[in-house]
Design a binder for this molecule. Structure first.
Ligand SMILES: Cc1cc2nc3c(=O)[nH]c(=O)nc-3n(C[C@H](O)[C@H](O)[C@H](O)COP(=O)(O)OP(=O)(O)OC[C@H]3O[C@@H](n4cnc5c(N)ncnc54)[C@H](O)[C@@H]3O)c2cc1C
Length: 452
């Protein structure tokens, strides 16, 4: 048996920053990952990262922003594109080479004193009544199974959330245990190198909505520098639709590059939990961050930035609780407050937009533009859940004929955003008040998603 103050499961962006933060705050930290050392940070990905989380890490932890070989392309706009219009919905960022960036973060964590145990897989949580006290792990090299006991365990194991998944439900009633199929996005991507000419996609990344791709899924084209592109496709597992690679090649070859015009440098697919964040990611002795806590943008499926951000808050909350000799749910609760303040509300609003897009589809968006019911700026505001003051006017209603259903969906986004703004302003500062708050959150979400 091994003992530590903080055990972090997973060395992706969430885990490495959790571990680094706690170690920088003077805590004894063990980070485990099932991969070999040199593979940590490598992941099939679109590789896009916003500037905001990189700036956040620089300010909070002094970690330099991605640079040098870590950056394949600097990005000025993320563009939501339909066949008829382009909407720039975000600003500056990067298309990364994730592997060297992830390796630098891992090395920095080690410099702060994190002990990294590679090829070590978490099997399950160890609990004592309602408290997590560590994990059973296995060394993959010799198949030896042993326990790592910790004051705080942080689950950053990504889409399989191995620790949270293995917690007994009765003892941890406030933590969600399952991931629903409708919240799982599946995606496939290739990194291609054009043989002859350069491409015209520099400094922008495109999320492309086409009718061949089930909404709100999309095709993406991200520049990885001269002649190189990260191109991919993704949609939700439900409703079930087969032939992802076939669709990918059809779109790529028909609208962009024929098969003989490029070489494939890398390819692969994976699933992404793509939903509003868990509104509670805390239990006694336990925190969870990144994909393991559904911290992914519910429309674009960008999860790298939120994982880095939540990792910082998790490492900080764990350290502060240990300093008070109290790792209870109550003491760790500030983590929830920080995450909800940082991106909880904004991701919830994006979820509303995603639900509307599932229903009105790309053709609905194009109808709105054609009839001038929405202009581009209003569309961008709608995506961000900002308030729009134009509903209820006769003019809009007449323009929407005969597709009044679209208007209803837009009105739902606006009203839902107002509802959640009020609700998040009252996010509880302790676990006792959470169940009542959660009921209000879930009831509205079920209504928006058409469950009830
Ligand atoms: C195809 C694709 C494209 C994407 N494109 C983008 C994009 O362009 N921009 C963006 O922001 N996000 C994108 N994402 C999402 C992004 O990759 C994730 O949100 C992000 O990596 C989450 O970080 P994480 O640390 O939570 O999890 P991960 O990066 O998944 O890291 C989890 C780590 O835990 C380890 N692990 C897992 N299970 C165990 C276990 N039992 N024991 C020990 N270790 C374990 C894994 O080896 C891994 O190192 C994409 C995802 C996919 C699949």
């Amino acid at each position: 048996m091994v003992e530590t103050e903080v055990l972090v499961v997973g060395g992706g962006p969430a885990g490495v920053i959790s571990a680094l933060t706690a170690a920088k705050m003077g805590k004894k930290v063990i980070l485990i990952d099932s991969k070999p050392y040199e593979e940590i940070g490598n992941k099939v990905c679109g590789d896009a990262l916003n500037l905001a989380p990189a700036t956040f890490l620089e300010e909070k932890l002094g970690i330099e922003k991605p640079h040098g070989e870590e950056v394949a392309e600097n990005v000025e706009h993320l563009i939501f594109k339909t066949t008829k219009a382009d909407f720039p919905i975000q600003g500056d960022g990067y298309v990364l080479n994730r592997h060297p960036y992830g390796q630098r973060l891992l090395e920095t964590a080690e410099e702060y004193g994190v002990e990294v145990r590679t090829e070590t897989k978490a099997i399950k949580a160890i609990t004592d009544a309602d408290t997590v006290i560590g994990a059973v792990v296995q060394d993959k090299r010799n198949k030896e199974t042993y326990e790592i006991k910790a004051l705080v365990t942080i689950d950053c194991s990504g889409r399989n959330f191995q620790i949270r998944r293995t917690l007994p439900k009765d003892e941890f009633p406030l933590l969600e245990k399952e991931m629903e199929k409708r919240d799982v996005a599946v995606s496939y991507r290739e990194i291609i190198k054009l043989k002859n000419q350069d491409h015209p996609y520099h400094n922008k990344i495109f999320l492309i909505y086409r009718e061949e791709i089930p909404e709100p899924g999309y095709f993406w084209v991200f520049s990885k520098g001269e002649k190189r592109l990260n191109v991919g496709i993704g949609w939700f597992l439900e409703p079930r639709m087969r032939g992802m690679k076939q669709h990918f090649w059809e779109v790529l070859h028909k609208y962009y590059y024929p098969p003989d015009s490029y070489e494939v440098e890398d390819k692969g697919g994976y699933t992404i939990p793509t939903r509003y964040p868990m509104t509670n990611a805390v239990a006694s002795g336990f925190l969870t961050a990144g994909d393991a806590a559904f911290h992914v943008n519910p429309l674009s499926a960008e999860g790298h930035g939120p994982a880095l951000t939540a990792g910082y808050y998790a490492g900080k909350a764990a350290s502060e609780a240990i300093e008070t000799n109290d790792v209870s749910e109550n003491q760790l609760w500030q983590y929830n407050v920080d995450v909800m303040n940082h991106f909880g509300l904004s991701h919830t609003k994006v979820q509303l937009f995603t639900e509307a897009l599932r229903r009105i589809k790309v053709s609905g968006v194009e109808f709105l533009l054609k009839r001038k019911i929405l202009n581009k700026e209003q569309f961008i505001d709608l995506h961000a859940g900002k308030q729009l003051g134009f509903f209820g006017t006769l003019k809009i209603a007449i323009k929407s004929f005969p597709r009044y259903g679209i208007l209803l969906q837009l009105s739902k986004i606006v009203k839902g955003a107002q509802y959640y703004e009020k609700l998040f302003a009252e996010y509880p500062d302790n676990p006792d008040d959470y169940p009542a708050w959660q009921t209000q959150f879930e009831t509205k979400m079920e209504e928006v998603r058409g469950v009830k």
